[in-house]
Design a protein around this ligand. Structure first.
Ligand code: IPE
Ligand code: IPE
Ligand code: MG
Length: 244
């Protein structure tokens, strides 16, 4: 295991161990086609399927997808309802495929504001895929990095914590088993260059790649290009370049 994240493939390339994606641009993609935003979310779900499968084939260890931020509750009610329905259907439909492909699925974020049906679907998907090990797929739903940190700090009750202990607390308030670790590569589609409250702690030394492609049109070649970009980065973690 290399300390810079990712594992050596024996060539001069290393696959990022943990990739996180801000899947942005569904609404604009749909609007450009004269369709409602929910049409874009449905098209985005197809991209999820392709990228998950491709990640597994590529040898990524963990893939965290930003599906719904805590600030997304402020969207129109019909869009929120459509998204929640889509998550529930997607979880149910993808679970057998995940088992078949040895993909472990888990959901990070708050659950107390989700419907009981969705919470049930999440638990069922997590249970069914618990022992799968070829890829860990994490979906972030009702996720806010800042709220997570506030809740973790509250849970610490004034105790002095190490970084590792704080990381464990962050995980525990998000239904997360804490195995995902830091993000090596963060990709955001849709052309915006911001984090929108995603994995602020875990991205401390992540390499950032911003793609102009809208999420429904983001393909495996774009994913490979992002990894290629990652290969060209010199990760220093505050130290000196390994090239020197
Ligand atoms: C990302 O696409 C998906 C979610 C936030 C659920 P958007 O819905 O933000 O699409 P744009 O950014 O408005 O195009
Ligand atoms: C971030 O996208 C959230 C998800 C992709 C789920 P947003 O579309 O909500 O982010 P902003 O509002 O453009 O920053
Ligand atoms: Mg957006």
């Amino acid at each position: 295991m290399r300390i810079d994240g990712g594992h050596d493939t024996g060539r001069k390339t290393r696959i990022p161990r943990h990739i996180a994606i801000i899947m942005d641009g569904n609404g604009r993609w749909a609007n450009q086609r004269g369709k409602p935003r929910t049409f874009g979310h449905m098209a985005g779900a197809k991209t999820v399927r392709e990228i998950v499968e491709h990640s597994r084939r590529t040898g990524v260890g963990c893939l965290t997808l930003y599906a719904f931020s805590s600030d997304n509750w402020s969207r129109p009610q019909d869009e929120v309802t459509a998204l929640m329905r889509l998550f529930r259907r997607h979880l149910a439909a993808e679970t057998p495929k995940c088992v078949e492909n040895d993909v472990r699925m888990s959901v990070v974020g708050r659950r107390d504001r989700l419907s009981p049906e969705l919470v049930h679907a999440i638990a069922a998907a997590e249970d069914a895929t618990r022992d799968c090990a070829s890829l860990h797929l994490r979906l972030a739903v009702d996720y806010s990095a800042r709220d997570t940190m506030v809740r973790a700090a509250t849970a610490a009750q004034g105790r002095e914590l190490s970084r590792d202990a704080f990381s464990s607390l962050l995980a525990s308030v998000n239904h997360d088993d804490g195995t995902a670790g830091d993000v090596d590569l963060l990709i955001r589609t849709g052309g915006e260059q911001r984090l929108s409250d995603f994995l602020l702690w875990e991205c401390a030394y992540a390499e950032l790649v911003f793609s102009r492609r809208m999420w429904p049109e983001f393909g495996t070649a774009d994913f490979d290009a992002a990894i290629e970009d990652f290969h060209g980065r010199d990760r220093r973690f505050g130290g000196l370049s390994r090239a020197i």
